[in-house]
Design a protein around this ligand. Structure first.
Ligand SMILES: NC(=O)c1ccc[n+]([C@@H]2O[C@H](COP(=O)([O-])OP(=O)(O)OC[C@H]3O[C@@H](n4cnc5c(N)ncnc54)[C@H](O)[C@@H]3O)[C@@H](O)[C@H]2O)c1
Length: 239
């Protein structure tokens, strides 16, 4: 749900892993952008064939498994709903509240929030045991991250199911605990601490952004510096 930078890539990964996927956004334009990203984007299915990661037959079968849709009724009939709508707490709470009244009882609700408390999201729906965080990294088809966030009421069955799904899709699931005291789980708390310090270095006139990026890449073998990471994450690394 939400076929932007993250949702389109997540749909692609799950379809390649063999699942029937409905990839839903609010309007046709967004759906068309998602379809193009999955089909012929930099990290799309054609590029996976060119790089020898998939055969042409596997690619065609994966594309066939994805239904791109604006229709909520079609998308809601699922065993798991992975939400990748914008990082706005009120929007996500409203979204999950609406979905709770429409989705089958057994459906797991997984949020790709970058850091909101799973307890807060879970409170929007009447299924806190089936509410879990499943935080992906961009580009979703490439990055191994599966930061699985266990809320205080998330059941072991839900966590186990999502861990199994993530592992079977080629990710490296790591289960962490929810907290309502800070945004960001593990990855983004540590990442934004680094960004804050990088911004301080620039504002103190010690180095410019390009220099900070170059130094961090050369010193720590990072593929990108802190400022490059922000640009890449918001664009889906498409440039
Ligand atoms: N971009 C990243 O690097 C990254 C990484 C990890 C997690 N996230 C998280 O993933 C989520 C989505 O981020 P993104 O970068 O893909 O955003 P995005 O803006 O590219 O995509 C969000 C999409 O959701 C759609 N949308 C809004 N409301 C909707 C609704 N009710 N139903 C269906 N679709 C709806 C929008 O039209 C848009 O296409 C956010 O919570 C973000 O914090 C982003």
């Amino acid at each position: 749900m939400g076929a932007g930078v993250m949702g389109s890539g997540i749909a692609q990964v799950m379809a390649i892993a063999g699942h029937e996927v409905a990839c839903r956004d609010l309007n046709v334009q967004a759906i068309n952008v998602a379809r193009t990203a999955v089909d012929s984007g930099r990290f799309g299915i054609r590029s996976a064939v060119e790089r020898g990661k998939l055969t042409a037959e596997q690619a065609a079968a994966a594309l066939d498994r994805i239904t791109f849709t604006t229709d909520l009724e079609t998308a809601v009939d699922a065993d798991i709903i992975i939400e990748a709508i914008p990082e706005d707490l009120a929007l996500k709470i409203h979204f999950w509240r609406e979905l709770d009244s429409m989705a089958p009882d057994h459906t797991i609700f997984a949020s790709n929030s970058s850091g909101f408390s799973i307890a807060a999201l879970g409170a929007a729906a009447d299924r806190p045991d089936r509410m879990v965080g499943w935080h992906w990294a961009s580009p979703a088809p490439v990055m191994k991250l599966a930061e699985i966030v266990r809320g205080p009421l998330t059941s072991s069955d839900t966590v186990d199911t999502v861990v199994r799904l993530a592992a079977a899709a080629g990710k490296n699931p790591v289960v962490v605990n929810d907290t309502d005291s800070a945004w960001g789980y593990v990855t983004n708390r540590v990442y934004f601490a680094m960004i804050r310090e990088a911004n301080r270095v620039v504002s103190e006139g010690i180095a410019d952004r390009g220099q900070v990026d170059q130094l961090m890449m050369d010193c720590f073998r990072w593929p990108s510096g802190p400022f490059g990471m922000v640009t890449g994450a918001t664009s889906g690394w498409s440039q």
